[in-house]
Design a protein around this ligand. Structure first.
Ligand code: FAD
Length: 368
């Protein structure tokens, strides 16, 4: 019988447990460091309000990916898509993000921006994030919407340091048409007030789950890990944590950006206008994003909870988009023996959202 070890009980670990069981694997052990499953997507409560550490709303273009989750975690679908605003202090105005062409005409420096847009050469040939944006939308829009936000997000002096970008945050530099961020995607969130939590229990019900458990040592070349002073050997290891941990920093540290989350309850029924799901803050303030959780969980209360995200180095949440960091990650992956897979957001060192994590597991386990 194949002995399977899954390291980490976030979405990637839980999906792995579910899919491997469905493929006939019966001896599955899942080790989770925290006292609960769900990782970043776990719903907690504060002041009676449900929240996750970030929005964690679900977006996919693939119906079967939505259905995969919807089967065990009934999901609400949003028909209109989500709209996000950015506050630009120098204009004293809120604008949509992604930057919307129609709103350029309302900006105090509209004439200058229109000239820069007309002259912008296009992103092809850009060598870093700064060039990508300046070549796409010109220096003024870059300066207002992207420069400060990105530098505080990544804690860097200049966006020229970001060399592996190949994307804009919402897939488009300057939007036309509807103001919603993702008009093509299926967008949703669980109906339940505890969000995705029930999924984590359902997905792992056939696995031996060890919560609050720390792996003390790794001997990945020999498929062994040490827990509570004893070595355990497996045939198949699915790791959803950073590969630098399971390979004991063999090639040096990968760089990560993190987040601190501040919670604030306000004595109002709602904070943001109906269509707006959250706010970006592109200015000098230390925070990046403000989320109103009621928008996702849909419940009535005379008070409201907002979450404020502050860039930090205290946790590993965002892999650095540089060619050097991506190359270092590849080195770690190439060092993994057969039948050890490094998946999920940290394991892949990629900006995977929930839907992409499901897709990654579907691809991996289809042939296993
Ligand atoms: C701020 C923020 C906002 C986000 N918003 C969205 C969103 O709106 N929509 C969306 O689809 N996605 C969003 N995401 C992405 C989403 O959170 C991830 O796709 C998802 O969490 C990936 O699951 P995972 O299992 O790979 O990682 P995680 O959720 O990080 O789970 C990893 C698990 O491994 C455990 N672990 C860590 N180290 C060890 C160890 N040494 N031993 C054992 N266990 C360990 C952790 O405790 C955790 O439970 C967001 C991410 C962030 C950081």
């Amino acid at each position: 019988m194949t002995k399977v070890l899954i390291i980490g009980g976030g979405f990637a670990g839980c999906i792995s447990a579910e899919m491997l069981h469905a493929k006939g694997y019966t001896d599955i052990t899942l080790v989770e460091r925290a006292p609960v499953l769900g990782g970043g997507c776990r719903t907690y409560t504060y002041g009676g309000h449900p929240y996750t550490l970030g929005p964690r709303h679900f977006l996919t273009r693939r119906e079967e990916v939505f259905e995969f989750l919807n089967r065990s975690c009934p999901m609400r679908r949003y028909d209109q898509g989500h709209e996000f605003l950015t506050y630009i202090e120098r204009d004293q105005a809120f604008y949509h993000f992604p930057i919307h062409r129609d709103e350029v005409d309302d900006m105090p420096d509209a004439e200058q921006i229109r000239r820069e847009l007309a002259e912008a050469p296009g992103a092809e040939g850009a060598r870093n994030l700064e060039e990508y944006w300046v070549f796409s939308v010109g220096p003024t829009l870059y300066d207002k919407f992207v420069d400060g936000y990105s530098r505080k997000m990544w804690n860097i002096e200049s966006n020229t340091e970001l060399t592996d970008f190949g994307f804009t945050p919402k897939g488009v530099a300057l939007k036309t048409g509807p103001k919603a961020a993702w008009t093509e995607a299926i967008s949703g969130f669980p109906h339940a007030l505890d969000g995705y939590n029930s999924y984590f229990e359902i997905a792992t019900r056939h696995a031996k789950v060890h919560l609050d458990t720390t792996i003390e040592d790794y001997d990945i070349a020999n498929y062994r890990v040490k827990i509570a002073g004893e070595w355990h050997t497996y045939d198949l290891i699915i790791s959803t944590i950073s590969p630098e941990i399971i390979l004991k920093d063999a090639y040096g540290p990968l760089r990560w950006a993190g987040r601190d989350f501040l919670k604030l309850v306000l004595p109002v029924e709602k904070i943001l206008p109906d269509d707006i799901y959250f706010l970006y803050y592109a200015n000098a303030e230390p925070f990046t994003r403000v989320v109103e959780y009621k928008k996702f969980y849909h419940y009535d209360s005379p008070t409201s909870l907002i979450g404020i995200e502050v860039p930090s180095t205290r946790n590993k949440l965002y892999p650095y988009p540089t060619k050097a960091d991506q190359a270092l990650h590849r080195r770690y992956i190439e060092a993994l023996p057969k039948n050890v897979f490094s998946i999920g957001r940290n394991g892949s060192y990629r900006y995977l959202d929930v839907a992409l994590t499901i897709e990654q597991c579907m691809d991996l386990f289809k042939d296993l």
